[in-house]
Design a protein around this ligand. Structure first.
Ligand code: BTN
Length: 272
């Protein structure tokens, strides 16, 4: 078993404010569920995290389950208290994805984002992000950022649906595989740097520039599955200040705020 993501291991690795306090559960249904209750009922503040070595009911976006084998993933949830109206949170997933990609790049790995909040290496998903909120009126009281990153999947029996579309750090790391507490610490530090750009409206363009530079999607032909289930094709053109994705579709430009990119094709040439 690799080094557990225990509170002691995390405390020894983290360098910033985020990650304190840390509650570690060797196994839990979902770190997001735990963090939401911790924040709502015991007042866990901004920067508090929940870590685990295994989730029995890990949640993904759109009601999907999040796969892990004990000890082979970096699994955690970060409590944020952004004091924003709900509509102001659109850039949070974009910022979190960019932070994870930047953390991967600090190891020399070509981490990129796939809108809205997947993190990929060579077009395979390495990490997923699930933001869940609790509102008071129209304002955000709690935002829990749940992140799952595939760490070392060597010897892991990966579900058939994931083999062609997912990857892990062990497969992509060019040299020595970093330990999970170190990976967690780098992600937290990157989030700590980018999160203020979400809450400070005057710095949105700075965030967008960083997010655009790591997007695997912009300039490529995509097919996006919309909220009502239809598939829309077009060229992904830009990330918008509200977190939306601008797509040049056949019937004109559209900005999507929810949806899932199902296909990506190479950057189109001049004849497209
Ligand atoms: C997705 O890509 O669909 C989002 C996946 C988010 C998974 C993480 S793992 C830690 C946290 N706890 C959960 O139950 N989900 C998130």
């Amino acid at each position: 078993m690799p080094i557990p993501l225990s509170a002691d291991a995390v405390a020894a690795a983290i360098q910033g404010r985020f990650g304190r306090p840390c509650r570690y559960l060797p196994s839990v249904d979902s770190t997001n569920s735990y963090a939401l209750v911790w924040a709502a009922e015991e007042g866990a503040g901004e920067g508090a995290i929940v870590t685990t070595d295994h989730q029995t009911a890990g949640r993904g976006r759109r009601g999907r389950t999040w796969f892990d084998e004990p000890g082979t993933s970096v699994l955690f949830s970060l409590v944020l208290r952004p004091r924003l109206p709900f509509e102001g949170l659109g850039l949070l997933p974009v910022a979190l994805g960019t932070a994870v990609a930047e953390a991967l790049r600090s190891y020399g790995i070509d981490g990129r984002t796939k809108w809205p909040n997947d993190v990929t290496v060579n077009d395979r998903k390495i990490a997923g992000i699930l933001v869940e909120t609790k509102l008071i009126g129209s304002r955000v009281d709690i935002a829990v950022a749940g992140i799952g990153l595939n760490h070392d999947w060597s010897g892991v029996e990966v579900p058939s649906g994931l083999t062609d579309v997912a990857t892990s750090l062990g497969r992509e790391a060019p040299g020595v595989l970093p330990e999970r507490p170190d990976v967690l610490a780098r992600i937290l530090l990157a989030i700590e740097e980018l999160y203020p750009l979400v809450v400070d409206g005057s710095r949105v363009s700075e965030l967008l520039d960083r997010a655009r530079s790591l997007s695997s999607v912009l300039g490529r032909r995509i097919a996006i599955r919309t909220a009502d289930g239809t598939l829309v094709g077009g060229i992904a053109r830009d990330l918008m200040p509200d977190g939306g994705l601008k797509v040049d579709a056949e019937r004109g430009s559209r900005v999507f705020h929810v949806g899932e990119i199902e296909q990506l094709r190479p950057i189109p040439g001049p004849s497209d």
